[in-house]
Ligand binder design. Structure first.
Ligand code: BDR
Ligand code: CA
Length: 311
C-alpha cells in the first residue's frame, strides 16, 4: 500500500478521483489537501469534505491556497463554470461532509512528511500545484520523504484553458515548475492521455448498471451532467483526474514514455504551456514520466468496479 497525499480542487473529475483512491486498497490515503481551482476554495473545500463523507471515510481534509504563487487567473483561482458548474460539482448537491481540519495545507503536508521514512509518501496533485509546491519550497529537505509526484496537468499540444495551456498548469505555472525541479520522480498525466478516458453516455449507463451505493450513483449523475467537449469532437468529455489515481492503482492500463518537460512561466500567451521534449532536442535528461496510451475499457472497468464497492 502506498501512502498518498492527494491534493485536489473538486471539481467533478476530482470527486471521482477521490472516490477511486478511497475505494482502492493499493492506496493508503493519508490526507486530502484542497486548493481553489475549478471553483473558489469556498466551494472546493466543502465539496472535498462532502465527497470524503459520502464514502464514509475518515481522512483529514485540509484547506490550502485560493490563489496562485505569483499571478494570473484574475488574482484568485476560478474555473469556467461550464464543466464543473458554479458549485464545482455540476450541480449535484451532496450531503455536507465532516468539517475540514483547522490547519493550512502546506503546513499539514510538511508535518506529515517530516517523520516519514525516505521515499515513503507519494504526492498526487489533480488541481493547481500550489499547495504541494509551497510545502516543498518552504522545507526542501523534506523532498527525500517523497516517493514520487504524480500530477494531472499539462499537454503535449493544444491546451484546454488557453490555446497553449492546460487548466492546472495554467492555474499556477510557478508551482508546477517547483515540483518539476524538486528532485523527485514526476509523472505528468496530460490532456492527450485523459482524452482517451472519454466519458460517453454508453459508458455512464454501463457504470450505472453496476448498482453500487450513493457514491457510484452520485458519480454517474456528475458524469451525466457534464456537457460533451467540442475539443474532443462532441462525443463525450475527458475524465482527467481519475487517470492520475489509476496510474498508481493499475499501471498496467498505461503505456508511458519519458521526456524532459519545461513549463512556461512567462506572462505571455504561452503561460502555463508544458514544453515536452519528446525527441531530446534540448539535450536535457528525459526526467518526467508521461503516460501516453490508456486501455480505456480497462480504465472504466476499474473505475466502475471500485466505485461500486463504496457506500
Ligand atoms: C484539469 O482541470 C480541471 O478542470 C480538472 O479537474 C482537471 O484537474 C483538467 O485540465
Ligand atoms: Ca482537478
Amino acid at each position: 500500500r502506498q501512502a498518498v497525499i492527494l491534493d485536489c480542487d473538486p471539481g467533478t473529475d476530482d470527486a471521482l478521483a477521490l472516490w477511486l483512491a478511497l475505494a482502492s486498497p493499493e492506496i493508503d490515503l493519508r490526507m486530502v489537501t484542497v486548493a481553489g481551482g475549478n471553483a473558489g476554495l469556498e466551494r472546493t473545500l466543502p465539496n472535498a469534505c462532502a465527497v470524503v463523507g459520502l464514502a464514509g471515510a475518515v481522512v483529514p481534509v485540509v484547506p490550502g491556497a485560493d490563489r496562485p504563487l505569483r499571478f494570473g487567473m484574475g488574482g484568485g483561482f476560478r474555473g469556467d463554470g461550464v464543466v464543473h458548474g458554479a458549485d464545482g460539482l455540476a450541480g449535484i448537491a451532496l450531503p455536507p461532509g465532516p468539517p475540514p481540519v483547522d490547519a493550512v495545507a502546506a503546513d499539514a503536508i510538511r508535518a506529515l512528511l517530516r517523520p516519514a521514512r525516505p521515499g515513503s509518501v507519494t504526492l498526487v496533485g489533480i488541481g493547481p500545484a500550489t499547495n504541494l509546491a509551497l510545502a516543498l519550497a518552504t522545507e526542501p529537505a523534506l523532498a527525500d520523504r517523497v516517493a514520487e509526484i504524480v500530477l494531472m496537468g499539462g499537454a503535449w499540444g493544444e491546451g484546454n484553458w488557453t490555446p497553449s495551456a492546460e487548466f492546472n498548469a495554467a492555474s499556477d505555472p510557478e508551482a508546477l515548475d517547483i515540483l518539476l525541479g524538486a528532485g523527485r520522480p514526476v509523472t505528468l498525466v496530460t490532456l492527450e492521455l485523459t482524452a482517451q478516458a472519454l466519458v460517453t453516455p454508453a459508458r455512464v449507463a454501463a457504470m450505472r448498471a453496476l448498482g453500487g451505493g450513493a457514491c457510484l450513483h452520485a458519480a454517474c449523475d456528475i458524469l451525466a451532467g457534464i456537457p460533451p467537449s467540442r475539443r474532443l469532437g462532441g462525443e463525450g468529455h475527458a475524465l482527467h483526474d481519475p487517470c492520475a489515481v489509476a496510474w498508481l492503482v493499475a499501471p498496467e492500463l498505461f503505456h508511458a514514455t519519458a521526456a524532459a518537460v519545461v513549463v512556461d512561466c512567462g506572462a505571455g500567451p504561452a503561460r502555463g504551456r508544458t514544453h515536452i521534449d519528446r525527441w531530446g532536442r534540448t539535450g536535457a535528461a528525459p526526467a518526467v514520466t508521461l503516460p501516453e496510451a490508456l486501455d480505456a475499457e480497462g480504465f472504466f472497468a476499474l473505475l466502475g468496479g471500485r466505485l461500486a464497492r463504496l457506500p
